[in-house]
Write a protein that binds this ligand. Sequence first.
Ligand code: ZN
Length: 257
Amino acid sequence: MAYSPPHSAEALNSADAIRHRILGTFEERYGHDLLSFEDALAIDEDFFRIAFKPYKWTLLHRFAQNCLWEEWNYLRRKADEEFVLESSRLLQHFKIPFSDEEYSDISKQKDYLFELLQEPLKRITHEVFCILFNDKKLMRCFGERISDAIADINPSQYPLYVHAQGRLKRSSSWPAWLRDALFYRENGRCAECSNSLTGVFDTSLKPQIDHIVPISKGGTTDPTNLQTLCESCNKKKGNSSSQVGGFIYIPWECELY
Ligand SMILES: [Zn+2]
């Protein structure tokens, strides 16, 4: 199994900010927001390409990357020395070689550093995804807000991906990596009733992939909007609700003092 490094402080801070952006509590926590939820989603053809079928670079990656990019771009516009200092710190942290010679034109130096920041920002984006993807209630909120955000689009602009009624077309190809990733996140259990789907206890229970926010309610086929259910929970849930199972608690047995 690949070694996974602990999350950087930068990623933990960014994940907190992005969690508040998704929940709509960013301003309460951090003050004025630079970016609306819709602007961070950046709804265009590429948004729908990602929303239409499962990709490893998800809508949450896209959302987080746009937020990070906008924050750093804002710092670049507003501050000279602080931007140079902060971006150099980040490049050092991610061991990205850069020249620290002082430019006579500070805006050129800032452009140079900003260009180099794209790589660490991508890495932080992926760390943010890994931190937030496990929070199913947050993922449901993300899916519901996306559904609201795309409710007003003009479907004829995106005929490849969207039906005339404004709902995303259904893609039912489930790649093996996606099945594995969801199964791993749910600890091999149905996200609703917690029955084991490993086939060890009951071979008739087969994992089924469920859209948390149903397609009929404006849901996407992005991995952030998918979970695994057993057949019976999947049938019960049907097409109407966007319920999610909570965290599956694996008991940690110890003596309590
Ligand atoms: Zn179930």
